[in-house]
Design a protein around this ligand. Structure first.
Ligand SMILES: O=C(O)c1cc(=O)[nH]c(=O)n1[C@@H]1O[C@H](COP(=O)(O)O)[C@@H](O)[C@H]1O
Length: 244
């Protein structure tokens, strides 16, 4: 996976209200980037048609709906999402072993039924907007964020999932606990020139690549930039410098 082209290792988060805005961004970015993340904000407005449009443009799609429900319901959701041809989807690790296992199994079965490549199913660990104080005092999980993330990552791996979404801060510990092949998808990425916004556990693109990230997810530093294409190019350059 680390041999993938650089442009396939950066997913742009299309957090927009309307399909037109999202497609305008894809058009603006052109062939600079071809991998996109569609999350709740856009998908709940447009439904699957946004995925059809992105696939028709030859783009890869990470469907980020963060499933978290009883195992049977999540298995059904994973089956439906797989039928939409996405290349990656996520569930909350906090849903537990059976939920994650059923999601992966349902996804593989749905892909096999049509002869399609099964999407990666990955687990959200602790959100990058959560700091230790929030996790301990509000959510009620004791200990360090890193310990909580590692526990979730090991659970996801035991459930047969392909990887996790986590902040770059926990990357080295995840690699040590789960091995090099376990996919790490890293949001909360902020180049030095961008604002943190609501993200708490952030890393620069270069630091995330240095720490061994498989894929980065970046939204506002690109989509809210005065020149999104230039912002994307600068980020790809920063990632590339680490790899060269
Ligand atoms: O699952 C995710 O993609 C995700 C997990 C997480 O812990 N933190 C996180 O920021 N994300 C998503 O990654 C994207 C980050 O966007 P920006 O903060 O604009 O770069 C958003 O679409 C979030 O929903």
């Amino acid at each position: 996976m680390r041999n993938e082209r650089l442009t396939e290792r950066l997913y742009v988060a299309l957090d927009f209200d309307f399909m037109d805005e999202a497609l305008r961004m894809v058009d603006q970015l052109g062939d600079t980037l071809r991998s996109y993340k569609v999350g709740m904000q856009l998908f709940y407005k447009t439904g699957p048609v946004i995925l059809e449009r992105l696939h028709a443009e030859g783009c890869k799609v990470f469907l980020d709906l963060k499933f978290h429900d009883i195992p049977n319901t999540v298995a059904g959701a994973a089956k439906s999402a797989t039928s939409l041809g996405v290349s990656m989807m996520n569930v909350h690790a906090a849903g537990g072993m059976e939920m994650m296992k059923r999601a992966k199994e349902a996804s593989v079965a749905a892909a096999q039924a049509t002869g399609a490549e099964p999407p990666l199913v990955i687990a959200v660990t602790q959100l990058t907007s959560t700091d230790q104080q929030t996790m301990n005092n509000q959510i009620g999980i004791p200990g360090t964020v890193e310990a909580a993330v590692i526990r979730y990552a090991k659970l996801a791996q035991a459930a047969g999932l392909d990887g996790v979404v986590a902040s770059g801060h926990e990357l080295p510990a995840i690699r040590e606990a789960c091995g090099e092949e376990f996919v790490t998808v890293i949001p909360g990425i902020r180049p030095k020139w961008a604002e943190a916004n609501d993200q708490k556990r952030i890393l620069t693109p270069a630091d995330a690549m240095r720490a061994g990230a498989h894929r980065l997810v970046i939204g506002r530093p690109i989509t809210h930039a005065a020149d999104p294409r230039d912002a994307a190019r600068r980020i790809l350059e920063e990632m590339g410098e680490v790899l060269s």
